[in-house]
Write a protein that binds this ligand. Structure first.
Ligand code: PLP
Length: 392
């Protein structure tokens, strides 16, 4: 059979054999922390991964397993591991791959808490990170050292929507024997498959588009069997940031509509990016769909769609606050990827604690607004954004 399309995969990925759950079309929620064994011998085998089965939910649960299988298929990986949040996925993965004195190369524009974690590694464990302008993939190789263990990518990047050439960074990583990791939260597997572009590992905040309804926290890691299993049996086992089966089920339900939601997010965002770029109150608009985006060609090459996230600049800190305070439909909140349109002002919210010089290096100007475009009617959204822009 030919490879399934992303729309079909979103609905059917991870489908279990009929005998497994009495034919239940929706995978049941196994609310069990532990699993009893038939006898001592089978217990020993399951515990030692010599026979199929479960023993303790921190290390495996049938509902979470079903989600891992679905994510494996959607991201085109050989193995997957779910976590209680995106940060649990990111920190647990990175910690499995570094030792004291190791070095990481990461993008200057990144999710703020990922940056705080990399700083924490420097302060506490002498693991140093060089933050580079990731819009030029060659900067990864330029920053690399003998001790470099990870090339970390986030594309499109939070909150600037900068684009990194995934295949080029993955090639450079492979040539050096460095592990490449891509945070695919903004794009989702609907728009982009970094593993197919050559990276070793993909991480996700499933809190965002994968769940899709702003009602859960979850994270995921997908990639090669050896690397994912290394994380599962080392830091995952030690730190225990496992995903609860109830939440795994919610993410599985969210995935069924990933394709239809992303199609609408993509279409609405492209229209709104055009609207904003024609509005005189807006100094700059960052969305990979725009030909003015500096890496529009790279985005075209590596993405199927340009995603639902937009950043735009309205000049000053005060303008940012005034704009937010006049919105009537868009929700002011510091998350993204839900069905509802969500707006935040990075300089006064997520990056309020980032020193100005680092903010500026990352392209986070005082008037930068981050918009997570929802699946509402685009005309309604444009009307709301337009009337709030008139107030600044
Ligand atoms: C790109 C990106 N990666 C990771 C995370 C962290 O995910 P979580 O909030 O689920 O821990 C976020 C959260 O906003 C994010 O935007």
């Amino acid at each position: 059979m030919t490879e399934k399309s992303i729309e079909t995969l979103a609905v059917h990925a991870g489908a279990e054999p009929v005998e497994r759950h009495f034919g239940a079309v929706s995978v049941p929620i196994y609310n069990a922390a532990l699993f009893a064994f038939a006898d001592a011998e089978s217990g020993a085998q399951i515990h030692n991964y010599e026979a199929e089965g479960y023993f303790y939910s921190r290390l495996g649960n049938p509902t979470t397993d079903a989600l891992e299988k679905a994510l494996m298929e959607l991201e085109k990986g050989a193995a997957a591991l779910c976590f209680a949040s995106g940060m649990a996925a990111i920190t647990t993965t990175i910690l499995a791959l570094v030792e004291a004195g190791a070095h990481i190369v990461a993008p200057a524009s990144h999710y703020a808490t990922t940056g705080y974690f990399l700083e924490f590694l420097r302060e506490k464990f002498t693991v140093e990170t060089t933050f580079v302008d990731a819009t030029d993939a060659a900067n990864y190789e330029r920053a690399a050292r003998d001790e470099t263990r990870i090339f970390y990518i986030e594309t499109p990047a939070n909150p600037t929507l900068q684009i990194t050439d995934v295949a080029a960074v993955a090639r450079a990583a492979r040539a050096r024997g460095v592990v490449s990791i891509a945070d695919n939260t903004f794009a989702t597997p609907y728009n982009q498959n970094p593993l197919a572009l050559g990276v070793d590992l993909v991480v996700h905040s499933a809190t965002k588009y994968l769940g899709g309804h702003s009602d859960l926290s979850a994270g995921a890691l997908v990639g090669s069997e050896d690397l994912v299993e290394k994380v599962r049996h080392s830091t995952m086992k030690l730190f225990g940031g496992a995903l609860a089966p109830n939440t795994a089920w919610l993410v599985l339900r969210g995935l069924k509509t990933l394709a239809v939601r992303m199609e609408k997010h993509n279409a609405n965002a492209a229209r709104i990016a055009r609207f904003l770029s024609e509005n005189p109150k807006v100094a700059a608009v960052h969305h990979p769909s725009l030909e003015t985006h500096p890496n529009h060609d790279v985005a075209r090459r590596q993405m199927r769609g340009f995603g639902g996230m937009i950043a735009f600049d309205i000049g000053t800190l005060d303008a940012g606050k005034t704009f937010l305070n006049h919105l009537k439909l868009c929700r002011i909140a510091t998350s993204l990827g839900g069905v509802e349109t969500i707006v935040q002002h990075s300089a006064s919210m997520t990056n309020a604690n980032t020193p100005r010089e680092l903010r500026e290096k990352a392209g986070i100007t005082d008037g930068l607004i981050r918009l997570s475009v929802g699946i509402e009617n685009a005309d309604d959204l444009i009307a709301d954004l337009g009337q709030a822009l008139e107030k600044i």
